[in-house]
Design a protein around this ligand. Structure first.
Ligand code: FAD
Length: 293
């Protein structure tokens, strides 16, 4: 089923993100963890891929395994930076043949030493080019990324929103946000986004930080602002893994409750392949999620 159909529902719901292994060596353990995440019964599970372009074999493997073993809908991420047109087209044909209806269209991070101008002569300098290719190749439901705190390569928010509008107009059906730790930043972003004329559903992406070692990685990856309330929690509990995990789950839950209370119905949780963390958040929200548990 297309994700755009799930997003029409009135009830509160969650979807989960998982990632594939980097090599075949850990494929079995990652399959087991991601299937356990899917068995919690989210609306859908998104499966990330590397930035290489052309479609990840292991991304497809994990998505197929989830669909086969749980029946839960999947969303495959597809990156295009540096990809050849034939590789993308052939991957799209594979997805079609497998009955995959949902694709998250991403540029991917620039490889070290590559600048945006190096990409200008390639088939897919930006995600918008990939969105056009996907839409031309079949009846896919297409998701894309957005950045409440502005993409790090953008000159400013106006520039970022202008490119985002172009990407959505190319055929994006829904957007998922980069992680954020202060909901007010999301609300400000949504206000500006709607003013820009973008009306597709936006899924806020929530990252539960359950270990102090995740903090720096999250900051580097997203450049997200970390409010004092969040950094205090890491300062106080970061050296106690059990307490940090509990506090991180509660912080993420609290963000989701605030989002639900302020008009958001669907939230995407970055599970980091941790079924216990996803389950704890889901349990904390059980009365809100109602019959979905
Ligand atoms: P784009 O939409 O191309 O935007 C990148 C930059 O270019 C922005 O600054 C934008 O404003 C600018 N821009 C866009 N169009 C134009 C244009 N026409 N002219 C000039 N400038 C333009 N990475 C992975 O490798 N694998 C994943 O699975 C993955 N999943 C992600 C999921 C989510 C929800 C998010 C938020 C990010 C994910 N990423 C993933 C990271 C993403 O690939 C990087 O953030 C990347 O740097 C940008 O990708 P994009 O698709 O947003 O690019």
């Amino acid at each position: 089923m297309k994700i755009s159909e799930y997003l029409k529902k009135d009830e509160f719901s969650l979807s989960f993100e998982v990632f594939p292994p980097k090599t075949d060596a850990s494929l079995e353990s990652v399959r087991a963890a991601t299937v356990a995440v899917a068995k919690l019964g989210p609306d859908f599970v998104s499966v990330t891929c590397g930035a290489g372009g052309g479609g990840g074999r292991l991304t497809l493997d994990i998505a197929q395994t989830i669909r086969r073993e749980t029946g839960v809908e999947t969303l495959e991420h597809l990156t295009c930076v540096g990809a050849k047109r034939e590789a993308i087209q052939s991957h799209l044909e594979t997805l079609k043949a497998e009955g995959m209806e949902n694709i998250m269209a991403l540029r991917g991070d620039l490889p070290a030493g590559v600048t945006q101008s190096d990409l200008d002569t390639t088939p897919y300098p930006h995600a918008v080019n990939l969105v056009r290719e996907i839409k031309a190749s079949g009846d896919f439901c297409v998701g894309a990324a957005c950045y409440p705190e502005v993409h790090p390569e953008s000159r400013d928010q106006r520039d970022d929103l202008c490119h985002l509008k172009e990407k959505v107009d190319a055929g994006v059906d829904f957007l998922t946000t980069q992680m954020f730790f202060d909901n007010n930043l999301l609300y400000n972003f949504l206000y500006k986004l709607r003013e820009t004329g973008v009306t597709v559903p936006v899924l806020p992406g929530i990252m539960p930080i359950t270990g102090a070692n995740q903090v720096e990685r999250a900051r580097k990856l997203s450049g997200s602002f970390m409010p004092r309330r969040f950094t205090s929690l890491v300062d106080r509990f970061g050296s106690d893994p059990a307490a940090m995990k509990q506090a991180g789950i509660i912080y993420a839950t609290d963000q989701i409750i605030d989002l639900f209370a302020n008009g958001i119905r669907h939230v995407h949780v970055y599970t980091m392949n941790k079924p216990d963390v996803a389950a704890a958040i889901q349990q904390n929200l059980s009365a809100m999620l109602g019959s979905r548990l």
